[in-house]
Structures are given as structure tokens and as C-alpha cells.
Design a protein around this ligand. Structure first.
Ligand code: ZN
Length: 323
């Protein structure tokens, strides 16, 4: 049970100070200017009908709202739309002359920030969906770490039992759910284990929080840059991939072997590394299997390595049919 007095008394100066508020406000030289027509505020205690208003007689300060900025509630019983108010206390009181920000203005600012974030998140998600293609439905919510695991899977010279696969699924899933784009991630493991799904799911959940991310398989990203040679936009395209807050390079190791591909891929990974930007790699190969020693060094030096070995989810339907 809450204390009755506590429940009745909204936040404000201690009860001992309440006597101050029965005095008529005085405009004291040096105090912040008051808004026109708001100088002569009533001194009677404010209505208790609105629980959000503090039990203080207050004088609204001049309105600071400007065009486009979140504005205070014109019907607010505390500030009457000014957004700020002053306590009616005489000179010498600790609250004298202290401009108070009204709760209604703070609420409006929070709502405005949320609206901006929602708009940004929607735009990022739309852009991401186009880039994800067949993975556009791969959210973390749709990832099932408890899916059936009908048999052993061999990867990198080792056979993984269903119990070991379950462990790796649960671990990879929990890493993905807790992922923050401050570190890189290297998810390697067997074909069809769900690596790309997890990477796409991370992009989705970060886009919903307003964090921009881009996705492409290593060959597709290189193709994207190469296509820019036609109109001279290759450098801009590479730059965009270098600077996006989060980049997913899916299927690392499946790109064509060529001097240009290798150099461009290393540039991309290296510049992101040097600028502390997070990259999520997925690969069917262990880190050491990659050709470029410099890429191995960059990944080993910065990325959390997650092994995801699990029965190919795309084959599960066939197993069920034949069983
Ligand atoms: Zn207000």
C-alpha cells in the first residue's frame, strides 16, 4: 500500500514551504521576464482535478515555442501553453527565479522525437527490404532456434550432434538478439544453418531503432561498386558502403577471385575497421580459410566469432515428407 500522503502530494517543494505560495507574486528586478497577460496569475491553489499538475501556484514564463518546434499544451493548467513557469516564491527562496520546464512541454518533445524516429525507422526498413530481397522476411522474431534437428551435420572436419547443433543455434540466436553495432560479428558455419537469417534479423531490429544498415553478399556488394564504373559513381558507392553505421557482408568467400575484388573488399573492410564501424560477416568458411591474410587479421582482431552449425533448414521439409 502506498502512503496516503505520498499519493496525495504531487512533486514539489517540501510541505513546509507551501506557505510561500499563498503570497502574492512580486516582480523582482532581475527575475526572468514574464509573458504578456500572464503576469497576474491567480494565487489560489491550482485545481487538483488534473493529476499531472504540481500542487504549486505557478506563473507561466514567456513562451519559447518557435515554428516547427514541439510546443506546450495551450490548455495546460500549469503553464497555460507557455511551456515554462516560475514558482511564486519571494526573493531568497531556493526556487526563486528558477525557470521550470513544464511537463506538458517535455511530453510534447518526447512525442516529437518518437515521431521523427518512427519516420526514420519506416524509411530505413523500406530501403532495407529492397536490399534484402529473399531475406526480407527474415526477422529475429521469425528465427526458430528450436526447429527440428534430425541428424548430425559435418562442418570444418567435425561432426556436430543434434545436441551440439541446438547449443550453437541457441548461442548464435542470443548473440544476435543482444547485438549492438559497436563491434563486428563473424558468423560462420554449415550451409543453411541460418547465418544470413540472423544477420538480416539484426538489420531489421536495428532499422526499427533508427540505425541505418546495408546488406549484400560479398559478390553482390562488389558488383554494385563495379557497376558504378559506367557512370563514374564507383567511388561514391564504395564510400557509402564504407560509411554506413552497419554493413552486412553475407557469404564472405564466395566472391570471384580477382585482384580488383580482393583489393576492393579489403579496402571496404579495412576502412570500416579503421573508423570503428561495425561489420557483420557470414561465411560457410572458418576465418582462417579466407585467401586474403589481411582480411583474416582484421576479422580476428575485431569481430566476435560465432559458430552456427545446424541442419539445413531448407531441407527440413524434405526430411518430414520422407519420414
Ligand atoms: Zn504546461
Amino acid at each position: 500500500m502506498r502512503d496516503q500522503n505520498e499519493a496525495r502530494d504531487p512533486p514539489g517543494p517540501p510541505a513546509a514551504d507551501r506557505g510561500w505560495f499563498q503570497q502574492r507574486p512580486q516582480r523582482i528586478a532581475g527575475s526572468p521576464p514574464l509573458g504578456p497577460q500572464r503576469r497576474e496569475m491567480p494565487i489560489s491553489p491550482p485545481s487538483r482535478s488534473r493529476t499531472s499538475s504540481p500542487a504549486l501556484t505557478s506563473r507561466p514564463a514567456s513562451s519559447w515555442s518557435s515554428a516547427g518546434a514541439p510546443s506546450a499544451d495551450p490548455d495546460c493548467s500549469v503553464c497555460r501553453g507557455a511551456g515554462h513557469y516560475l514558482y511564486d516564491v519571494p526573493y531568497g527562496h531556493p526556487h526563486f527565479g528558477q525557470l521550470q520546464r513544464c511537463q506538458c512541454l517535455e511530453a510534447a518533445q518526447v512525442a516529437a522525437r518518437q515521431a521523427v524516429l518512427a519516420t526514420r525507422a519506416a524509411a530505413l526498413t523500406t530501403q532495407l527490404q529492397a536490399e534484402l530481397g529473399r531475406l526480407q522476411h527474415c526477422t529475429l522474431e521469425r528465427f526458430d532456434p528450436h526447429r527440428p534437428l534430425p541428424g548430425s551435420v559435418e562442418w570444418d572436419g567435425k561432426a556436430y550432434t543434434p545436441a551440439e547443433q541446438r547449443k550453437s543455434l541457441l548461442w548464435a540466436y542470443s548473440v544476435a538478439r543482444q547485438y549492438e553495432p559497436v563491434e563486428s560479428l563473424y558468423i560462420h558455419g554449415s550451409y543453411g544453418s541460418g547465418k544470413s537469417h540472423l544477420a538480416a534479423g539484426i538489420l531489421h531490429s536495428l532499422a526499427a531503432r533508427g540505425v541505418a544498415g546495408r546488406y549484400g553478399s560479398a559478390p553482390a556488394l562488389l558488383r554494385l561498386v563495379r557497376q558504378g564504373f559506367r557512370d563514374g559513381s564507383a567511388d561514391d558507392r564504395l564510400e557509402a558502403l564504407m560509411t554506413v553505421p552497419l554493413l552486412v557482408i553475407d557469404d564472405l568467400g564466395t566472391e570471384h577471385e580477382s585482384g580488383w575484388s580482393e583489393a576492393s573488399l579489403f579496402d571496404l573492410i579495412n576502412i570500416r575497421y579503421l573508423n570503428d564501424r561495425a561489420t557483420i560477416f557470414t561465411s560457410n568458411d572458418p576465418v582462417e580459410a579466407h585467401r586474403d591474410e589481411r582480411i583474416i587479421t582484421r576479422i580476428n582482431g575485431t569481430a566476435q566469432i560465432v559458430t552456427l552449425v545446424a541442419f539445413d533448414h531448407r531441407r527440413l521439409g524434405h526430411v518430414a515428407e520422407s519420414a
